[in-house]
Ligand binder design. Structure first.
Ligand code: NAD
Length: 467
């Protein structure tokens, strides 16, 4: 057990779930007023507790304050408020357009909360990846357990302290713990499980869910490629890719994982990286407070081993590639001349190492992508509509972003999801609401319909049903 984080006693876990279920059954979480009030409270939590949250994240992995505010807290506030303001519209029953003879049946889709749900989140963006699904669960009218990551003990401890100050604990609770606690949680029946994390644990979660036929959202990661078109401005591409790679020291599910670059443009692109790197971190990233640390020793050693085993050429120069294990500082490293059997292509890098793979055509780049599991996002730097068209039609990925990294995450109206190995289930704003909502279909057949329905009763008059 972490010295800073108190784990929830395992024997208390079933009772916590039961208490929430009792609350759900009272119907209190369904009212529009309740949902809006709790959503405003989530926004207040994110707004009032900026200092405490930034401090916890700095202690956990030196995450720059700017990144916590920009990528996590601001988005939580904005999405909680937008959800509160959109809710009345989202929860309205829908009346689909039906053939004339069915109109009197009043076909209706009611937006029913799924019930008592479980949200398991990872360490890398712990605020938004815990509170964003919670916004969806509250919007839908569900009760929710939050299980944040033990890998960020200061944040997870703080969350357990803050949640009761802002939200109603009869409906929303934090359970802290590691594998034994999560294993116990997963033995219980839930009405939806929203898991964000890696594919190995996702399989454990999905297997546990299957025992109860519980639906899941699995928000996973993968190796997100970057395709750079020869006609694109290499300097701009380098700056935008490096920014994406340095955020959270590359520990992001949508981090650019490897670059497919036209062979004759490789040197120019690397020069662009050197220029951008110097502008971002004039003294190098090792001691720069605008650059985060690796979360723990396990991941530091994993990344070191991946880099050391690579047979590619490590780009020196301004890219020092320096490391300090004691502080888990790991400068961005560029590796060129990487072939398909390289260590850097074995698994999601999830850190500040960027391999370059030289290709001779768009066909080769597409084949390379399609030979691997579907990524969470595909990035492409191109202004050529034909290249865009081919990438859209000839590859698969959770999302596809042209000419920048990460910006698709800023658009809350777009559904965010993986596909294949990068997961399933949609989220953000309305899509998060829908993840926790059951579309409950209904008809209400009036007495007067008896005349029209009389033909269905036995004894059947088959001649009446000639097609
Ligand atoms: P992690 O180690 O914090 O694990 C995630 C959660 O799973 C934690 O709450 C942890 O307690 C729980 N867990 C760990 N082992 C378990 C087990 N054996 N049984 C049950 N629960 C267990 O975080 P991580 O998995 O290292 O997170 C990084 C991964 O998450 C990367 O693959 C990344 O791409 C992915 N990710 C995806 C998204 C997305 O939105 N798609 C966002 C962020 C991260």
């Amino acid at each position: 057990m972490s010295s800073t984080l108190t784990y929830t006693p395992i024997e208390e876990i079933p009772k916590i779930r039961d208490d929430l279920r009792t609350t759900f059954n009272t119907g209190v979480t369904r009212s529009l007023e309740w949902r809006k009030r709790q959503l405003y409270q989530v926004a207040r939590l994110a707004q009032n507790e900026v200092e405490a949250i930034c401090d916890a994240m700095a202690r956990d992995f030196a995450k720059p304050r700017f990144e916590v505010i920009m990528a996590e807290l601001a988005a939580v506030v904005q999405r909680a408020l937008t959800s509160a303001e959109s809710l009345e519209e989202w929860i309205k029953p829908e009346h689909p357009d039906v053939p004339d003879f069915q109109k009197s049946w009043k076909p209706t889709i009611y937006k029913a909360p799924k019930g008592t749900v479980l949200i398991i989140s990872p360490w890398n963006y712990p605020v938004i990846l815990t509170l964003q699904p919670l916004i969806g669960a509250i919007s839908a009218g569900c009760c929710a357990i939050l299980k944040p990551s033990e890998a960020v003990p200061h944040f997870s401890k703080l969350l357990a302290e803050l949640l009761p100050k802002y939200l109603d604990t009869s409906a929303y609770r934090v359970i802290n713990g590691a594998v034994p606690e999560t294993t116990k949680i997963l033995e219980l029946q839930w009405d939806h499980i929203f898991y964000t994390g890696n594919g190995r644990v996702a399989r454990i979660v999905a297997s546990a869910a299957a025992k109860h036929l519980t639906p899941c959202s699995l928000e996973l990661g993968g190796k997100s490629p970057v395709v750079v078109d020869a006609t694109y401005d290499m300097e701009l591409a380098a700056k935008r890719i490096l920014w994406g790679k340095c955020n959270n020291a590359g520990q992001i599910c949508v981090s650019p994982d490897y670059i497919l670059v036209p062979r004759h443009k490789q040197d120019e692109l690397i020069k662009g990286f050197e220029k951008a790197y110097k502008a971002f971190f004039p003294e190098g990233a090792l001691d720069d407070a605008n650059y985060g640390s690796i979360v723990n020793d396990f991941h530091f050693q994993r990344l070191s081993a991946l880099l050391d085993r690579s047979r590619g050429e490590k780009v020196g120069g301004v890219f020092g590639g320096r490391r300090d294990p004691a502080r888990r500082r790991f400068e961005p490293a560029i590796v060129r001349g990487v072939d398909e059997n390289d260590s850097l292509l074995e698994e999601e890098i999830f850190g500040p190492i960027l391999p370059f793979i030289a290709v001779d055509s768009l066909d080769e780049a597409i084949d390379f992508i399609n030979a691997r599991p579907h990524s969470l996002v595909l990035y492409a730097f191109t202004e050529d509509p034909a290249v865009k068209e081919r990438l859209i039609n000839e590859t698969q990925s959770g999302g596809i972003a042209f000419n920048d990294t990460f910006q698709h995450l800023a658009v809350g109206e777009l559904p965010f999801s993986g596909v294949g190995e990068s997961g399933y289930g949609y989220q953000f704003l309305r899509y998060s609401f829908e993840a926790f909502t059951h579309m409950r279909s209904s008809v209400d057949i009036p007495r007067s319909e008896e005349r029209n329905l009389s033909l269905r009763y036995p004894p059947y008059k088959t001649e009446a049903y000639q097609m």
